[in-house]
Design a protein around this ligand. Structure first.
Ligand SMILES: Nc1ncnc2c1ncn2[C@@H]1O[C@H](COP(=O)(O)OP(=O)(O)O)[C@@H](O)[C@H]1O
Ligand SMILES: [Mg+2]
Length: 262
């Protein structure tokens, strides 16, 4: 459904941050995009949703297609109309607006269905938001604000939801809740591209995982294989003590050197 090939992105005309990225998000799937801070994950999402301009960024090579049609030249509003919606990093809600007002803002781009039906669906997914619908969003907890940000995106009934680190800064129990909600949203028919630093969480629900480092995809495999991969376990899942490698590639390099020395 969503396909990215050989994408290159530059900020401020000179800073090359994405280099030859290729990634596929099949219809109905959950795909995980993992990577450390600064790898370029948010930049990739901005490229898809047409928000690079806002940040002095530009696509200098490559293609982004939705159902085979190129979308990378479309303005952000048209991309939303095509059914792709991004939930920004850091749960941006309108703090002074009530919960329900925040949700209604999300409905303004909806092209099908009524706002009432969308509200019902969102409140069904997030009962805590219904309970607080008249409260100012600024008073919600971090987890509730993340749910509100996701709920707002769902108000336009997108085909494909791009989530930028939804678990960031949340306690383990809330991370689990968010994970279950993503599964439920997907089960209701929404395709999901999930950007996460929490590799465990993301790989536990995604079919396919991509690992990004300094603007490149360094690995791309079914989640089950990534979870079994020794290097991934060591560097991204923190399942072995004592490694001070700063990057995945470095881990590989150490391993090769160790093999060579022994
Ligand atoms: N507006 C911008 N102008 C210049 N450089 C940027 C801008 N936004 C991000 N960057 C740089 O691009 C790289 C990738 O950033 P980002 O996409 O935010 O990574 P991630 O989301 O994986 O943490 C980083 O080195 C970051 O400093
Ligand atoms: Mg980011």
């Amino acid at each position: 459904m969503l396909s990215i090939s050989n994408l290159e992105v530059v900020y401020d005309d000179v800073i090359l941050v994405l280099r030859g990225i290729s990634l596929d998000v099949p219809d109905g799937s959950i795909v995980a995009l993992l990577g450390a801070n600064g790898a370029g994950k948010t930049t990739l999402l901005r490229s898809i949703t047409g928000l690079l301009d806002l940040h002095e960024g530009e696509i200098t090579k490559g293609r982004i297609t939705l159902d085979g049609e190129p979308i990378q030249k479309l303005p952000a509003s048209r991309i939303v109309h095509r059914g792709i919606k991004q939930v920004m990093e850091g749960r941006r809600v309108f703090a002074e607006f009530t919960v329900e007002e925040n949700l209604r803002v999300g409905a303004h781009t909806a092209k099908r269905g009524s706002t009432a039906a969308s509200l019902d669906r969102v409140y069904g997914l997030f009962p805590a938001l219904r309970d607080r619908r008249r409260q100012a969003a600024g008073y919600l907890s971090g987890g509730e604000q993340q749910m509100l940000a996701m709920g707002r995106a769902l108000m336009s009934d997108p085909r494909c939801l791009l989530l930028d680190e939804p678990s960031l800064g949340l306690a383990p129990l809330l991370v689990q809740q968010i994970r279950d909600l993503i599964v439920e949203i997907n089960a209701q028919g929404t395709t999901v591209l999930l950007v996460e630093q929490n590799a465990n969480m993301a790989l536990s629900i995604a079919a396919q995982g991509y690992i990004m480092e300094t603007g490149k995809i360094v690995m791309d495999k079914p989640s089950s294989e990534l979870l079994d991969d020794e290097d991934v376990r060591e560097f991204y899942l923190g399942l072995r003590e004592g490694s001070d490698a700063k990057s995945f590639r470095e881990v590989k390099h150490y391993k090769r050197r160790k093999r060579w020395l022994s």
